[in-house]
Design a protein around this ligand. Structure first.
Ligand SMILES: [Zn+2]
Length: 412
């Protein structure tokens, strides 16, 4: 397990220099800053490192082959919107926003945290958790079997290469017409981990396509989690040991700081955090859900990526859909979290996006600039205004996750 030494340097100055060079290389007429770069170069690819698609499909019967606008029309005035907001996701929106890969969760909650009477994806015991996690996995298998033109499972780096060929084919084959529509790659992430009844099951979960495991949501028998703090348990240590055998990517999101720090020291496989923000910018945040600088530094040292969440409650302490308006939390406040990670790292190689869109909140609870996930492309100009180069923007919007997957997924 190699640890990289962090060099002290001035990230902001370095970014400015790189920005100039990058624009000069990329713009067609060579004129710097004459136009916003979107007029000059293709939109960067986006990776969303966290979406509870199966949970939505089973709980609310959402159909993600539709556009978000269509789903909203169908759901107008329904309990779904009351509970989970207006959807931000849909395949046509993924196309418009160039979202090529989505980390798609298996997410079920312990019954003690059940929020709504209608909730079906809750478990009383590990047997039930196992059954629910499996049914969510089936949802992804059906979705990708029934709509291979729209969604594809990504299990290996060769799957990822094929997918990216599809999205970027015009660069690889300049004489053949580019396809206009592309399948979205789904990488399966088990959040909460309690569907694993016994460590001997890991082989089967891997075989079925799970590539990331987050051992916490609330506290689990593996470790302390959100609102239920605590260290890694002996079961948790055994889980990490067994995960190493399959090179599962460990997701630190929801892990309590004590367990996250221990995992950073001991887990021998790859480590990321798919959806969490920076505690340093949210000093009054009421729970242990956000990541301390200590954990972020550890992630950077382990060459991980942090998926930052553009959810207003994760950008302004105390903000809720009932008490606050959308305009109270502009997208600029999300940029601050991206910038915090980049400044800590001294580069743009460790910040990413993990929206958690539709995971308990919708359009009403994101910055006003965002109507659907396609609007994440608006991050580019905002980052540019802070001195980030196009290369930096590409890294943050998707390349960091793609590089990490390419390195850590099985070859085939
Ligand atoms: Zn979560």
């Amino acid at each position: 397990m190699s640890r990289k030494k962090r060099k002290k340097r001035s990230p902001r100055r370095r970014k400015k220099r790189r920005a100039n060079r990058s624009y000069q290389e990329r713009t067609r007429n060579g004129a710097l800053f004459a136009e916003p770069y979107f007029a000059e170069v293709p939109m960067p690819l986006i990776v969303d490192a966290h979406a509870d698609l199966a949970w939505n499909m089973l709980t609310y019967r959402r159909d993600y082959t539709r556009a978000a606008a269509e789903t909203r029309q169908i759901e107008a005035g329904s309990k779904t919107v009351e509970e989970n907001g207006d959807t931000l996701l849909g395949w046509p929106d993924y196309q418009r926003g160039q979202v090529c890969v989505v980390f798609s969760t298996l997410y079920v909650a312990p019954e003690r945290w059940k929020l709504h009477e209608t909730e079906t994806q809750v478990y009383k015991d590990f047997q039930e958790a196992n059954r629910l996690y499996r049914s969510q996995l089936d949802v992804y298998h059906r979705l990708t079997d029934d709509h291979p033109d729209k969604f594809r499972l990504i299990r290996s780096s060769s799957d990822l290469d094929l997918l990216l060929d599809h999205w970027q084919g015009e660069h690889l084959h300049p004489h053949s017409p580019a396809e206009k529509e592309h399948p979205v790659g789904l990488v399966i992430l088990m959040e909460g981990g309690e569907g694993i009844r016994d460590l001997s099951e890991l082989e089967e979960w891997h075989e079925l396509g799970v590539r990331l495991i987050g051992p916490a949501w609330a506290g689990t028998r593996f470790c302390g989690g959100t609102k239920e703090p605590g260290p890694l348990t002996s079961d948790g240590k055994k889980l990490l040991g067994a995960m190493t055998d399959y090179n599962f990517i460990l997701d630190l999101s929801h892990m309590d700081e004590a367990s996250a720090v221990e995992a950073l020291d001991t887990y021998e496989g790859p480590i990321v955090a798919t959806h969490a923000n920076c505690l340093a910018l949210l000093p009054d945040y009421p729970t242990n859900r956000q990541l301390s600088d200590r954990v972020i530094r550890g992630l950077i040292e382990r060459d991980g990526v942090l998926g930052l969440v553009p959810y207003s409650n994760f950008l302004k302490s105390g903000w809720t859909r009932k008490s606050g308006g959308r305009n109270e939390v502009p997208l600029e406040q999300f940029i601050a979290h991206i910038d915090h990670v980049c400044q800590m790292a001294g580069d743009s190689l460790h910040a990413g996006i993990g929206t958690d869109f539709d995971g308990g909140f919708g359009m009403q609870s994101v910055p006003p600039e965002i109507d659907t996930i396609a609007d994440l492309q608006k991050l580019g100009p905002l980052l540019e205004a802070r001195g980030y180069s196009l290369t930096d923007v590409e890294n943050i919007l998707g390349r960091n996750w793609l590089r990490h997957l390419k390195r850590e997924l099985p070859d085939s």
